[in-house]
Design a protein around this ligand. Structure first.
Ligand SMILES: Cc1ncc(COP(=O)(O)O)c(C=O)c1O
Length: 407
């Protein structure tokens, strides 16, 4: 769609000598690991530099011009994020990533409502960041963790667990970072609300790929990361329903989140500010707005369609290699995990790197799913707007070389 706007593709060409095959030659950089983090367009990179060069003053603190300007730009990003997912600005908390957003919900919200014997429902396709915080809290409180099960195609097979077990909390991923499947979070939320559960959605792989409307989904919390949608690293978002945020205690205490402090006690600001203790990552948060504008200019539905079409093409091309086994059959997103029989995924990734093609190999922070599928690791291709068919053709060519080599 827009490769020329991403400087990495000019700068990360491979100049070195190549051991498997064609000697020394320049190879284009082919990035197929956008689920791990996306590349940044020039406008986002420029904005970071612009803020440091022109507006670098701590937000909310300075009674002088550039601090006030930085503060208002910081709040403009909050407004852009709120509009992007159809929330109110008071419902948008800046964190450092999805992981911190989910931990904030676990410790500031779930901890206050869960009791021994309660049920919390997760799914087998969760990223570790939506499993581990629950397991840590479970040790303290003694609630039960139950799992929605996943079949080979990536569908949940026991959604009726929601009605049977009436969990206090349901916390599930919107788009699986391994299978690429888009879960019907609206339906899951409705089922959960019908039995009185609170609902948390991990949207790390969704925002920036499909239109997300938290009011339509009707969830209570929604977590995501800026770096997975062309924004800077070190910026996360937690959406929380206002009436819940108002009741919650902050996870961190410190500067700027208080109204008053005495020797014995303190009072907090209203949400979202009570959840943003200390100096926030304001430079990157300000620059994050540029990535949202970039997505809005392209149109989120155009982005989704573009990636879907490229995903269908990728599935087809990979299916021409009979040694490749794909896990999950979703073509709705650009996340495609696979294995090549007889070749370890780490060797696949290392070999591809020699052709300057970057993919991810490993357990993808989803060991529960790996165990379910009885694999140690998978190779994963994940697409974004700067990929095109030529990238996939190069991938398939390189994979064929690997298959021949290991034969
Ligand atoms: C589905 C999902 N959830 C959570 C995360 C964690 O995101 P972060 O590392 O930005 O906290 C990831 C990262 O890959 C993810 O794919």
């Amino acid at each position: 769609m827009d490769k020329k706007n991403f400087p990495i593709f000019k700068n990360a060409k491979f100049q070195g000598s190549i051991s498997h095959g064609s000697g020394s030659q320049e190879k284009d950089f082919i990035y197929l690991d956008s689920s791990a983090t996306t590349q940044k367009p020039q406008v986002v990179i420029d904005e970071i530099k612009k803020v440091y060069e022109n507006y670098n003053a701590n937000v909310f603190r300075g009674l002088y011009r550039i601090s006030e300007e930085a503060t208002s730009m910081y709040e403009e990003t909050r407004k852009a994020v709120a509009d992007f997912i159809n929330a109110e600005t008071s419902e948008i908390i800046f964190t450092k990533n999805t992981t911190e957003s989910l931990n904030t919900v676990v410790y500031s919200f779930a901890k206050s409502i869960l009791k021994k014997g309660d049920n919390v429902l997760l799914s087998e396709m969760e990223h570790h960041s939506n499993i581990v915080p629950w397991q840590i809290l479970q040790k303290e409180i003694g609630f039960n963790i139950l799992y929605l099960e996943v079949d080979k195609s990536g569908q949940f097979t026991n959604l009726d667990l929601i009605t049977q077990k009436e969990p206090k909390i349901v916390s599930v991923v919107h788009i699986s970072n391994v299978l690429g499947v888009i879960n019907d979070v609206k339906k899951i939320t409705k089922m959960a609300k019908d039995v009185g559960s609170y609902v948390i959605i991990d949207g790390a792989q969704a925002v920036g790929h499909i239109g997300v409307d938290v009011k339509t989904i009707d969830c209570d919390f929604y977590a995501f990361s800026a770096h997975k949608m062309m924004g800077p690293t070190g910026v996360g978002v937690l959406y929380g329903r206002k009436e819940l945020l108002d009741k919650m205690e902050p996870l961190y205490g410190g500067g700027e989140m208080i109204l008053s402090v005495s020797k014995d006690s303190c009072t907090f600001k209203d949400a979202p500010y009570k959840f943003e203790a200390g100096t926030p990552n304001f430079v990157d948060i300000i620059a994050f707005r540029k990535s949202i504008e970039y997505i809005n200019d392209l149109g989120i539905s155009n982005i989704h369609k573009y990636i879907k079409d490229l995903s269908t093409y990728t599935h087809y091309q990979l299916s021409t290699l009979k040694e490749v086994e794909i896990y999950g059959d979703s073509r709705d997103t650009g996340i495609i995990s696979f294995n090549i029989s007889g070749v370890h995924p780490h060797d696949v990734a290392t070999f591809l790197d020699e052709d300057n093609i970057a993919i991810r190999a490993g357990h993808h922070c989803a060991q529960v799913l790996m165990k379910k599928f009885n694999v140690q690791a998978l190779s994963r291709v994940s697409l974004y707007i700067y990929n095109d068919k030529s990238d996939i053709n190069a991938l398939v060519k390189s994979l064929s070389k690997i298959i021949d080599y290991y034969k």
